[in-house]
Ligand binder design. Structure first.
Ligand code: OAD
Length: 235
């Protein structure tokens, strides 16, 4: 699948971070079995019980200190460094494991745990600590920070950049995502309609698996390095 490939879009989801110890959303025991989406991942839930929501994301942010990137994150960073063509790495994940694996240019379409969004002035600021204590926005000083995470009913980040990359890529690769949440779940069909080859790398068939030209099933820590090594023609 590597001949003539000049532009690649890779989409990652929670499955790429599962082997690092971060819970996925929809697998058995996943986050959406432990918590209600409506309580912790909607603007309405935040308005109803901000403490619950701030504590939920504070805990997840603190949890990042206990996990490390795995071979799949590291393989994608190597791909970014060594692939001669264009690569856009789009992640639905709010963790920082791609960056800690060495990727420089990551498009976090669902936001980031280590970012705060001020609901007063709209500024997005790097954020490493907690929000439950209502810290001041570093720019406008209002105590109105929320997690900079895209909730259901909100618009994902950088959609124009992603759609332009999907339209011109030769290869679209989806890693560790169930294909249950739009717009990301629609990227494979968009790329395919514009002529791209499409490859799924997932533990099991995703909801969209039949749309892909090729699907390989197994753990990301194995499948992703195998794929990147073959593409880069290295051992
Ligand atoms: P899901 O939990 O829906 O799906 C995770 C996928 O990863 C499943 O298809 C698993 O089979 C697969 N998987 C699990 N372990 C794996 C492994 N070791 N290697 C490869 N694949 C593995 O997570 P997402 O698809 O990322 O949005 O969820 C998409 C969005 O739904 C999230 O970004 C989040 C959530 O609600 C928001 O919060 C806005």
């Amino acid at each position: 699948m590597s001949a003539g490939i000049e532009s690649i879009v890779v989409l990652t989801g929670a499955g790429i971070s599962a082997e690092s110890g971060i819970d996925t959303f929809r697998d058995a025991g996943g986050l959406w079995e432990q918590h209600s989406i409506y309580d912790v991942a909607t603007p309405e839930g935040f308005a109803r019980d901000p403490d619950l929501v701030l504590r939920f994301y504070d805990e997840r942010r603190a949890g990042l200190a206990r996990v490390e990137p795995n071979a799949a994150h590291i393989a994608l960073a190597r791909l970014e460094a060594e692939f001669a063509g264009e690569l856009l790495l789009v992640t639905q994940n709010v963790d920082d494991l791609h960056e800690r694996g060495g990727s420089r240019n990551v498009c976090h379409m669902h936001g980031e745990l280590k970012s705060a969004l001020c609901t007063s002035c709209g500024t997005r600021s790097r954020w490493e600590t907690t929000m439950i204590d209502r810290p001041a926005c570093p720019v406008c000083r209002a105590p109105t920070l929320r997690p900079d995470v895209v909730w259901f009913g909100e618009m994902p980040y950088q959609m124009q950049r992603i759609e332009e990359a999907l339209a011109r890529c030769d290869l679209f690769v989806s890693v560790g995502t169930s294909g249950a949440v739009y717009p990301a779940a629609g990227f494979v069909a968009q790329a395919k309609a514009m002529g791209a080859q499409t490859l799924e790398l997932n533990l099991e068939p995703s909801e969209g698996t039949a749309i892909f030209h090729e699907a390989r099933h197994g753990p990301a820590s194995q499948l992703v390095p195998e794929w990147t090594r073959a593409l880069l023609n290295v051992s």
